[in-house]
Design a protein around this ligand. Structure first.
Ligand SMILES: [Zn+2]
Length: 297
């Protein structure tokens, strides 16, 4: 354990260990809390999060149309999960936090024309996409939203960007109806890549995985620890979103896929291998993403 004065922001433990000293943008230290297992960038409070940090989700200069197509493809599992949930729980009033280009809201609105969906989005550059979706409201500030009002609040790849997760979840709780659901997806630090890549390629993967846009990094344990403080667990599990091909590219070449489509697409004749590869990983909760569904009681 490294001697330092760090305190875990999630559980307040001072038992923290350095896990990386270089990230995508250069020299930043990443620590792991040995109690709740959350990982965090040491100096995240000094980073200017209003600056635009690239996510590397898309190729440089991709057209909007291509970005939308790729995003929809990469959200297949998410959409399947939400569709089932909405049908099963008879959900009528939804809030999406950080919809980006609004692909998921758009999908749900088409599937369920009668549901009401609102959005909370602070990035004004997304307005050109969001204005085309039939939202009830687009909010800029969580404080402006009616309390005890939503059957479902969800956020996809957002919670890792939140610099004060405790305040964020207090807000979520206050906006949900009793019995309402909170669904979040975030990258999993306890993933198959960290478990199995050869040392040299692991170093490259670490540098790719940690980046300034994400002050916090969760696994099933740390995310449960945080969510359990505010809500009751319904389901938490991992989904390996990236393909067998993406894994072996990291394993052999130590390099990322070109973009999110390249990282998730699999040839027809490899589909069966890909299926069992993912199934095995998810049985162990080593998948690339955590799907968490919690409820307010
Ligand atoms: Zn902790």
């Amino acid at each position: 354990m490294t001697k330092n004065n760090l305190k875990c922001h999630i559980c307040k433990s001072s038992r923290c260990k350095k896990v990386a000293s270089e990230i995508r943008e250069g020299k930043y230290e990443v620590y792991k809390c040995l109690n709740c297992e959350v990982e965090f960038i040491k100096d995240y409070k000094e980073i200017n999060y209003s600056k635009n940090y690239k996510t590397r989700m898309f190729k440089e200069n991709s057209s909007d149309k291509l970005k939308i197509e790729q995003r929809i493809y990469s959200l297949k599992n998410t959409h399947k999960f939400l569709e089932k949930l909405i049908k099963r729980k008879n959900i009528k009033n939804i809030l999406e936090i950080g919809p980006g280009m609004g692909m998921t809201s758009n999908f749900l609105k088409k599937k369920f024309p009668k549901i009401r969906i609102s959005a909370h989005e602070i990035d004004l550059r997304n307005d050109k996409f969001l204005s085309k979706i039939n939202y009830e409201n687009i909010y800029r500030d969580l404080k402006d939203i009616k309390k005890n009002n939503f059957d479902l609040i969800f956020c996809i790849h957002l919670i890792e960007h939140i610099i004060n997760p405790h305040i964020f979840l207090k807000n979520i709780r206050s906006l949900l109806n009793n019995g309402g659901y909170f669904f979040a997806i975030t990258p999993n630090t306890n993933n198959i890549y960290f478990k199995t890549l050869p040392k040299k390629n692991m170093k490259i993967f670490k540098k790719f995985f940690y980046h300034v846009a994400h002050p916090f990094y969760y696994n099933v344990r740390s995310l449960s620890y945080l969510l359990n403080k505010y809500l009751l667990k319904s389901q938490i599990f991992t989904v390996q979103e990236y393909s067998l091909k993406n894994y072996f590219n990291w394993y052999i070449n130590g390099s990322p896929s070109k973009d999110i489509l390249d990282g998730t697409y699999i040839d027809k004749n490899l589909e069966e291998f890909d299926f069992f590869f993912k199934k095995n990983i998810d049985n162990k909760n080593y998948g690339s993403d955590i799907f968490s569904l919690y409820t307010k009681i």
